[in-house]
Design a protein around this ligand. Structure first.
Ligand SMILES: Cc1cc2nc3c(=O)[nH]c(=O)nc-3n(C[C@H](O)[C@H](O)[C@H](O)COP(=O)(O)OP(=O)(O)OC[C@H]3O[C@@H](n4cnc5c(N)ncnc54)[C@H](O)[C@@H]3O)c2cc1C
Length: 419
């Protein structure tokens, strides 16, 4: 099979890169082993929430100057502030074109509310989810937090405790209906996706609207877990049209409805532009010729090669097996590329769970143009993008989605310019 570009890995980075190339008319394939991190994500995209020294970031673009001083190996420092800003400005339109309606500004973080009720910095958030401009100030004074009876991936009491710190008084409401009884028979089936399938039916959505209307007394906002709209986009609007106070969604623990929807929407956008998406296939090896990648091989296609002018490694980090830890080294399994990590395993992590862990910054070694380096030599037609890159800590610095998206746009541009 012959393509202009083959992308290995269909997470946020791989899909954004594929969409940019397909938009420009390139024949592009994505080969992806399985679900990606976006499937589990919150419905918000982070650009830069904190500097590595712990300083809170309000304007992510402005903070990239300081980031460059303290972390020159960070992918944003490598790309440069100007380029990062230029790409970041284009992202809302890129996502909206894929039917992911987001709001936010790369020059000012807002705050999303986590499943535990905490405010955390975000760049873009999908419409309908609760956000606030100031972390201490919620857009209501009294809220009713509604849950589905027996749903264990959403914690109204914790959320109410957090909201109380910001002066918001909370009451609680609960919802039940006959179709939910069927899935409740097995408690492990009471997951957001199964509940959302119930509310995808118009008649059940009507019942939900009637039930939450009863909860609206003496409060100025209703809070619902993200358990609606799996296979339809109008669920929240329908509920809003039946209740005369604001309704906000909060993400739940995974599976994540906004994450799954975002993944499906990006996949759909890529395919509708003519891209070929090979889901459930794993790239296992590659042939090199004169220092370039000639072809790659996958589990499902056996000895049928995927050939292309350019290849993009978007296989993610440890979570997606794009990186693998052995007792004393970090490996990149497809190309056996050079990796960046600190020696001695005891330096890889901290015994304190919430501390910054070094292993989260490990990744594939690249040159300044994001070519993959193997045996100290950059491979001219192989790039690395996304969570597999070295030099940044997505958890501590709150920059996971930003690095994936901006590195993907940069590499797509390089490929398109034939650089
Ligand atoms: C659980 C979780 C939740 C997160 N939530 C958020 C959030 O809410 N907001 C935020 O800003 N950031 C979040 N992040 C940070 C996240 O890393 C980035 O946002 C981003 O989604 C990473 O995308 P990626 O495409 O680089 O990698 P991944 O999403 O990891 O995708 C890599 C893909 O490559 C595939 N793959 C791996 N090896 C092979 C192979 N050999 N052959 C073929 N395919 C292969 C995998 O199956 C996977 O589909 C979260 C991260 C995790 C782990």
């Amino acid at each position: 099979m012959i393509f202009d570009t083959v992308i290995i890995g269909g997470g946020l980075a791989g899909m954004v890169c594929g969409i940019r190339l397909a938009e420009a008319g390139k024949r592009c394939a994505i080969v992806s082993q399985g679900q990606s991190a976006i499937h589990f994500s919150s419905g918000s995209f982070e650009l830069l929430g904190r500097l590595p020294d712990g300083t809170a970031v309000s304007d992510p673009v402005e903070a990239m100057d300081r980031l460059r001083e303290i972390s020159p190996e960070h992918p944003y420092s490598v790309l440069g502030r100007q380029r990062c800003e230029q790409y970041a400005m284009q992202v809302p339109d890129l996502l909206r074109a894929a039917d992911i309606p987001v709001s936010g500004d790369c020059r000012k973080n807002h705050f999303r509310i986590t499943p535990m009720g905490k405010a955390t910095p975000a760049w873009l958030t999908i419409r309908g989810y609760l956000t606030t401009e100031e972390p201490e100030q919620l857009p209501f004074g009294k809220a009713c937090i509604i849950n589905v009876d027996g749903f264990l991936d959403f914690y109204p009491e914790f959320i109410a405790e957090e909201f109380a710190r910001h002066g918001v008084a909370c009451s609680f409401g609960s919802v039940n209906l006959p179709d939910l009884e069927k899935i409740r028979k097995n408690p492990s089936e009471m997951r957001s996706t199964n509940i959302a399938r119930v509310f995808d039916h118009e008649e059940n959505l009507e019942v939900l609207a009637a039930k939450i209307r009863e909860c609206r007394k003496e409060c100025d906002a209703l809070i619902l877990p993200a358990i609606i709209g799996l296979n339809r986009n109008d669920s929240l609007e329908i509920l809003k049209s039946k209740v005369d106070i604001p309704i906000y969604l909060l993400p739940t623990l995974p599976p994540s409805i906004p994450g799954i929807k975002a993944q499906q929407a990006l996949q759909h956008r890529f395919r509708s532009l003519g891209g070929e998406y090979f889901l459930g296939d794993t790239v296992v090896s590659a042939n090199m010729e004169n220092g370039s990648v000639k072809e790659i091989f996958t589990v499902n296609h056996g000895n049928i090669p995927f050939r292309a002018d350019n290849f993009v490694l978007a296989t993610g980090s440890f979570f997606s097996k794009g990186l693998v830890a052995t007792p004393d080294a970090i490996r990149e399994p497809v190309f056996d590329a050079d990796t960046v990590f600190v020696p001695e395993r005891k330096n890889w992590y901290s015994m304190r769970f919430f501390d910054r862990h070094n292993y989260q910054s490990f990744g594939v070694r690249t040159d300044t143009e994001l070519h993959v380096v193997k045996g100290d030599k950059a491979i001219g037609n192989l790039y690395c993008i996304g969570a597999g890159l070295a030099g940044f800590n997505p958890v501590h610095d709150g920059c996971g989605a930003g690095v994936s998206i901006l590195s993907a746009m940069y590499v797509a541009d390089r490929i398109l310019k034939g650089e």
